[in-house]
Design a protein around this ligand. Sequence first.
Ligand code: B12
Length: 406
Amino acid sequence: MASPIRILTAVPICDGHDSAINTINLEFIRHGIEVVYLGYHRSVGDIVRAAIQEDVRAIGISSYNGGHIEFFSDVVKQLRKQGADDIKVFGGGGGTITHADAAAMERGGVEKIFFAGTSLTEMADYVRENYGKPRKKRSRAKRRDIELARRLTEIEDKYANSKRRTPNTEHRTPKAERKHQTSRVIGFTGPGGAGKTTLIDELVLRFLSHEPKARIAILSHDPSVVGEGALLGDRATMINSQNDRVFMRSMATRGQAGGLSPATEGCLRELISGGFDYVIIETVGTGQEAMPFQKNGIVDQTVLVMNPDYGARLQLQKIVMLDLADIVVVNKTDQARARAAILEIERRLEQNSRAQHLVGSVAKRHRDPGVDQIFGLISQGSEAAAFDGRIARRSESAKAKRRRKP
Ligand code: B12
């Protein structure tokens, strides 16, 4: 089975009209397309960088606030400038884009503009017909990130084209083999909605500001069934990661259970050889039984991100990653149940006879001290850091004291 078509969709800068693109994204997915959604209020630079890293076939832009002639043509120009003009540009904006505007945009290299009244099926059919055929022979990549992005596509395609769903040993990178490599690989997992992506984005901000030369790669996973579409939406949450020192790739699991894709290990090996200082792997939202990083020791450090609202205390006994994670984060400690959750999880971790760290955080908050602690544990390596479970409690009780002050 061939790989699904991958496209990127976005809404331009100074534009918050995302309802049209949200509907269109869902229709594309229903037609078997993998959609990397970048979100709204996105600059030309962010869109072009993301399209290159994701190695998509085309970019679909939804624009309502005007300036579309300049914006679309700048996207086309930037793609050409960077040697990525085999990524095509199309889009719409209802009645705000006139027929005359569309003609000017198409003369400037935009492939197609859709007008009000076009059916969703017509748009999905257009994508399948125009971006579904195998790419013609591609010219040599002019830039390192284009070359890397294409290699990741080749790895994903290899799995899609083969009947075997289990990871291929040819791409395995066991910890022992990686000893001489300098990349530090950190795996993030946890249930959907716990705030993994927001936390990663805040950590990336800290890496970028503390290590002015560090390059970071992110492999971010979302669920999909073999041969079907997927919404790869983590980029829409990532703000700080829209940076030239960050290479992010969104991956659909393409039928593999457990939180990762069959191609993850192969892609990880490419990123490690690419010399990134940090490689972050984010799993899909996982269940109680998941232990996504156990096989072959593919990561150096594992972080389990939890929501304070996990149900009864008994549920904690069933979460396998609580035994395995190096760092357990209780995110959203601004929620009412957080203090109880931290105490219960601390008791649960005491059952394990290994060094683990428990930290509370509110990742959505800027300069959150909990995120700073997690950054310390990751950047220094959890072995070296002098933090432990008491930190979470101490910061919680300090906060409680502050709240009591008049
Ligand atoms: C819904 C809406 C809103 C909602 C947005 C909700 C949201 N989260 O998206 C709210 C109420 C919040 C809103 C706010 C504003 N809006 Co408003 N809004 C609209 C409205 C009514 C519909 C747009 C829409 O979603 N259409 C549904 C889509 C599916 O259909 P369509 O537009 O016909 O698009 C077709 C094709 O073009 C294609 N298509 C569209 N995009 C894409 C992308 C791809 C990749 C593809 C393949 C196809 C495609 O799909 C459709 C197929 O039939 C339009 C008026 C209108 N009738 O168009 C005004 C409109 C776009 N808004 C307008 C304005 C001015 C604003 C505000 C600035 C108002 C204000 N002063 O606060 C704010 C700005 C918001 C912001 N942050 O940017 C103006 C823009 C004027 C302009 N550019 O000259 C419009 C045109 C209204 C008007 N006549 O004045 N708005």
